[in-house]
Design a protein around this ligand. Structure first.
Ligand SMILES: Nc1ncnc2c1ncn2[C@@H]1O[C@H](COP(=O)(O)OP(=O)(O)OP(=O)(O)O)[C@@H](O)[C@H]1O
Ligand SMILES: [Mg+2]
Length: 490
């Protein structure tokens, strides 16, 4: 039995999509103020109703209304008539509020180890040489089972690397102190942007983003990024990629299903692709392609289809194109690209329609049962049943208080990790060195040869101490997935 989900309609015709195809991803595009956010709200609501959990980011703080029933409104009533919607009722959707800063929702944490060197290099915008050094830091930490949980672990690891760069460069390649310094400075900037508490434990549990409520509705996880997106757009986009990566690495393969396991909406999607290195883009393209088989649908929201790399754009099955302006040559190119991605409909001049669409009106194409795109249709988007716009602070706080994950992430834990272990090591090293020095002083009359062999025993002692320490914490080398996040054995 297929589950049809209404997108909108016009002139007595309705356009729906088959939920079984919703893991084939989608695109919502359009100029500012043309209705993208409301379309996203409507789609998210529909997924929730059929029991699909949704993750989405609230960029302007105007999506929280999804948790509340909407109110009667002339414009909305007209739309309901025009689209001939049956059974429309004002109702909200079960919603969890999240916020990386922990102010407008439950805090979201992950660890440096889990994010991995690829995403972290992108976050810190490191050049190739600096990335190389960061990879070395991760390789040594991974090889030795040293957990890099928070920023202080990474800082300690970099200090250690700085001190031991001659010794490690044989095995791991050249490590320059200039690169270490550059990474340390970039970490400071990140800290100033408020990332200190983002890299912490308890780490976000994926199942908390994949809840179904007691009535069978998918829970919407709404991440407030209205502050983050200004403070650190890179942290926002890197977080989205990290989430994508975690889902991909951790969810099992699923066969054909009548609906997805989860749907993600990536608003301001251009931020993911703007000045991202080619190596990362290739991986993102791969993960987007493969995550389908895990039952995860990804919907990109952005102004112009030109914001999305072609390889990714080609994988987006559902297309909802709101109006675009065609003032500049670049605008016109975007209009043409958008038009070309649709399968033609003899009754519609796609290119000119794109510039004529009204607010909340769009050109839509979905995938049919065989996965082929349907001819483009011009429709009014169904209005949401939930409330449009923000909600007041006390209402939000009340929902956060009552939340089923309340209290799980608010308290940070700081378990033994690289920072503590490296500190222990260096204390042990100083102890051994001091003991040897005392020994040397008490026998200063000995011949030189003896002293040099004594020196050797100092470094031997240190190596032994490191080996001993290491053997108590190695849990097997840490293994990383496609986007560099940790696999298993956490
Ligand atoms: N499907 C719809 N039904 C009813 N009203 C709508 C619909 N779509 C848009 N609107 C109206 O248009 C306004 C602007 O839409 P919206 O906020 O979705 O634009 P946007 O494309 O997200 O803009 P921006 O790029 O600036 O974020 C809404 O506040 C709402 O009043
Ligand atoms: Mg918007």
């Amino acid at each position: 039995m297929s589950i049809d989900v209404l997108i909108g309609g016009a002139g007595g015709k309705q356009v729906s999509f088959d939920a079984a195809m919703a893991n084939r991803h989608g695109l919502i595009a359009g100029a500012t103020g043309t209705g993208k956010t409301i379309t996203l709200q409507t789609l998210a609501e529909s997924f929730s109703r059929i029991g699909v959990p949704v993750f989405m980011a609230d960029v302007k703080g105007d999506l929280a209304g999804i948790s509340q029933p909407g109110k009667p409104h002339k414009e909305i009533d007209r739309r309901i008539q025009e689209i001939a919607i049956k059974g429309y009722q004002h109702r909200g959707v079960p919603t969890l509020f999240w916020d990386i800063f922990g102010e407008a929702g439950h805090p979201v944490h992950t660890t440096i180890s889990d994010m991995g060197p690829l995403l972290l290099s992108n976050l810190l915008q490191l050049n190739d040489t600096q990335s190389g050094v960061l990879y070395t830091a991760f390789r040594i930490a991974d090889d030795e089972g040293l957990l890099l949980l928070d920023l202080k672990d990474l800082r300690a690891m970099l200090v250690w690397l700085g001190k031991n760069r001659k010794e490690v460069s044989g095995e791991y390649g050249n490590v320059s102190s200039a690169s270490i310094g550059a990474i340390q400075r970039k970490l400071l900037v990140l800290e100033e942007q408020g990332a200190e508490n983002f890299f912490a434990e308890p780490m976000l549990r994926l199942k908390d983003l994949m809840m179904i409520d007691f009535s069978g509705q998918g829970v919407i996880s709404l991440l407030d990024v209205s502050k983050l997106i200004h403070k650190s757009p890179k942290l926002y986009s890197t977080f989205l990629l990290w989430l994508l990566s975690e889902l991909f690495e951790n969810l099992p393969e699923v066969g054909d299903a009548d609906k997805p396991k989860m749907v993600l909406f990536f608003d301001e999607a251009h931020l993911i692709f703007d000045d991202a290195p080619k190596a990362l883009l290739d991986k993102v393209e791969q993960v987007v392609r493969l995550i389908r088989s895990k039952g995860v649908g990804v919907y990109f929201i952005t102004q112009s289809p030109l914001d999305i790399p072609e390889d990714v754009l080609g994988q987006l099955g559902m297309r909802i194109q709101h109006a675009l302006r065609a003032f500049t040559p670049k605008d016109q190119r975007a209009v043409r690209t958008a038009a070309e991605t649709f399968r033609p409909n003899p009754n519609i001049d796609t290119e000119s329609a794109i510039t004529e669409l009204g607010i909340g009106e769009a050109l839509v194409s979905t995938l049919d049962k065989n996965g082929a795109p349907t001819p483009v249709e011009r429709v009014l988007i169904r209005p949401p049943e939930s409330s449009i716009g923000p909600i007041d602070k006390s209402k939000r706080n009340e929902l956060i208080q009552r939340s089923p994950v309340g209290g799980r992430y608010e308290e940070l834990i700081d378990r033994e990790s690289a920072y503590e272990l490296l500190k222990q090591r260096s204390e042990e090293e100083s102890r051994v060195a001091a003991a040897v020095k005392a020994d040397e002083q008490s026998s200063s009359g000995r011949p030189k040869r003896k002293r040099s062999s004594n020196r050797q025993s100092v470094s031997e002692a240190i190596m032994k101490s490191i080996a001993r320490k290491a053997s108590t914490m190695i849990t097997g080398r840490l293994v990383r997935g496609l986007l560099g996040s940790l696999l298993g054995g956490r």
